[in-house]
Write a new protein. Sequence first.
Lengths: 327, 792
Amino acid sequence: MLTLPGLSIHRPTSVDEAVAALAAHPDARVLAGGTDLVPNLKYGMYETQHLVALRGLSRELRYVREEAGELRIGALTTIDFLARDPLIVEKLPALAEACGQIAGPQLRRMGTLGGNLCLDTRCVYINQTHFWRSALGFCLKKDGTACHVVAGGKRCVAAASNDSAPVLLALNASVKLVSPRGERVIPLEKLYLADGVRNIALEPGELLVEARVPAVAAQLKQAFHKLRTRAAVDFPALNLAVSFKLDEQGRASALRLAVSALAARPLLVRGLDELSGRPADESLGQELGRRAQAQARPLTNIAVDPDYRRQVLPVLVRRTFLRALRR
Amino acid sequence: MSEGRPRKSPTDLPESKAPTRPGGIGARVPKVDAAGKADGSGLYADDLSFPRMLYAKILRSPHAHARVLKVDVAKALNHPGVIDALVGAELPERYGVIPWTQDENALAVDTVRFIGDAVACVAALDERTADEALRLIEVQYEPLPALLSVDESREHPEIKIHERNKSGNISKHVELEFGPVDAEMASSAAISDAIYHYAGSTHAPIEPHCAVARVDGDGNLTVWSSTQIPHYVHRELSRVLGLPPARIRVIQPLLGGAFGGKSDPFALEFCVAKLALKTGRPVKILYTREEVFYSHRGRHPMRMHVRVGLDKEGLIRAVDNKIDIDGGAYSSFGLVTAYYAGQLLTGPYRFGTYRFDSTRWFTNKPPCGPKRGHGSVQPRFAFECALDEAAEKLGIDPVEVRRRNFIGEEVLTINGQRIGSNGFLKCLELVEEASDWRARHGKLPAGRGLGVAGSMYISGTAYPIYPNEMPQSGVLVKLDRSGRVAVYSGASDIGQGVNTLLAQICAEELGCDPRDVTVVAADTDLTPVDLGAYSSRVTFMCGLAAKEACEALGKKLREAAASKLAVLPGDVRAELGTLSSSSEPHKNISFAEACRLAEAAAGVPLAATGGYRTKKLGGDYRGGTIGASPAYSFTAHVAEVEVDEETGIWKVTKIWAAHDCGRALNPTLVEGQIEGSVYMGAAEAQMEDMVYDRRGLLYGPSLLDYPIPTSLDTPLIDALMVESNEPGGPYGAKEAGEGPLHAAIPAIANAIHDACGIRLRELPFTPARVLAALQARDQRNQIAAVSPQRTA
């Protein structure tokens, strides 16, 4: 079978110890559920000698609680838990929906929300063995300088492929980051960068410890959709989440629409403020679809034909919007 | 050519038979190896471990086509923990499963022919060290132009993938014509004429290939391998290593799936054997999933130009098929593939005339080979779609056109294959009724549809791969004084369940409890030869051999019991470990007691052998024996689909699959084979695809990037058994492991047509292709709507 490189594994028992270990080894990778990290290590995607394993932080970082007008989710809460927890299903049904569609049952039990939010970008040309990449010619995400997706491209366009991110972006979430220097809370959209090599704006020694969703999110209409080749154990070919406020006259406001599995950063569709106050109906769904299609640019970084993905995006947006409306 | 007529109407065929006796034929006996597979105690090749064992890894070519100028392993040998290395020059003898087309080397001698071709091998104390050492091997390549498609191979005969090949890049060409096809086609009332593409798919067994070799103090070599052809591996190891076969033992441990992907000798078997001989230490190689993809031998990509001509009653006047087969870099079973692509299409329907022109081409890609339904799944897809289309022009219902063309029982096909029993009409009737076809076909709401297809497959190939007069399958049965029965069989149980069937045949013939049977299987030192688990031959041939061996012993046991019980031997009834008088059941003895009495009477240990001997079969022309089989199985499917016209996303919601297996020796196993076949066929229709880039690199050689359906993607399957009672088969049985796959793909394609009026001719039917076809349909309809002559 594929072998792992030799690694030193650090096993902190608190967040403080964990960020100290991360600060001491700037090249270290964080091991939470390991469902993505382990295959990537076997593929030789990282040069690191150090893993910081978070199992010892499970008690500290595995929770869902309502606090200070927010729903706060510890980073080590498992994907499986979020897919099924009655509180999440009731308050943030789109998040439960997204988590229920990540990978398969075994991986959902291992995988964590923090791990999914920090999931490395993916590309058909990078998530492959060292031999395969050597036969292809190494690319600029690792070991090389060329881009196989965009000819002559200088910036990596490997795709953000996490299903939790578009939902939490649509729900206006923020994340809490801790480092030896202290902690900060940033909007989730500031976490992601348009660089596929490293699309997470974590500073050295920094660890994502919590996701925070405003409590008002529970009042929003919301839904998630994932396009994929098969009905389980697949990364998204496209995913999207929509949320909006519906008033008593049936008008939509505070519209947010996130589309991902495009390039390094999930797309938060721009210019939706103009649509505020319009009746929430089929035609608004179509308008959202048109805007998403105009702004999204699917690439060949994912195996499913980009032209096809572009074609069906407005259909999926419209249907997801209407599903949220009926919820 | 005899006129085929149905021997009896389909309703006269017998219903599923009840078991003849507990634990015997027809009983739902649990698989003998099920517990070990379920609880993890079963030993697969990779579970084997020996003291001082080394782990080896193979270096593979990053070029699709290149001359290998130099392989230098010096630095790898100096890497700490590396014990030895191997290069192609040490194993120069070529091998291949077909004796006439041996064109493979364990490690490249002078040329690499696809990305992933084996180049060198390193043995080390552990896998990681071996992996590290691979990167220290220095190889000088001189890249050559790579031919990556049938068209490129045809257009560039000057770039020869195999220099010794006489005809450019043609691996095999077959052209056969039966009757005046062109004249019959010209006078047909309706013709369907279209080109179909099959993309290529791979087996994806759960267990990757694994082999372990060990040399004992006397210099005898044992190789454990996850193979489905221990006998051919035995022969090829002997030739390539230059060792007498009597000094080599090949053992097949418990196998985690094969589907045809383990029916060639592979590089790892030669590498572990040679390294064990060189180092004197046991050596193991376990392929990575990526290496399984490169070893491949999966279903061939094919381009099929099919023409089907029907007369006004819908009878098939002419079938013409021009087939180009993308073979990949080596021959494998390719000679047979080129024939099977044409020879296996001539049932269950009677063809008025038939021609096929089939060419297998070498290309610089992983070699294709036999995958469940070898060579015939692709042409079956094309033909069954074409038949539907031609019948539609005549306004004949798809089920009806198939019924009208039924070839019958006890007939010769147009190409001279002898069909015995034939339960196809019953299959068709079952799926027609179960799916409520008459009320629903063509009448479902938009986006939903039903499709039907039929097929035929072989129960073993008539002749052995290398010509010889010895039996093709042998079984030795030995009785112990304890009442334990030991069956020694060379046959490979690859999940189809032959070891269980052997226990059931013992229970049937001897009257023992099937749980009291030990099956010693697929061990060339201990078991008689069986040629291997391919072409659906095992249950048929090994079953007949076992029956023959057991009959002789059963007679001795009944005689001994009759003598003890003072009844006539014909009065003795033997079942589940007791031999009793039928007329006076209180008179009985145990099976063990009968064994002891019979051994005492015989004066020698109780054992008997049985064999399956080759019968003369097939058409009297060159190639007429390929596709000839002692019996043919038949299948009919109806598939139901739902198509989302806005996105092209579709789902096959249900498949009714009826299969004529002759006799269900174990109905649970037959149902399992039907379900597995339907799953695999539906998978090929839905999503499986081998895609290569312009360098010849296979996209995503992993089970994430090469999607196979999950349980959520799998349709409901209604597995229906038809028992036509094959006169030549063991207890009337025919094959059940491959035939039920064939009809799935065309049934789905025809259902999509019923759902939304599009004919899909290129696999897999991805949503993108479906959406494009729907858009083309809408465009056609628009043109038709504005065009006066069309609307007239």
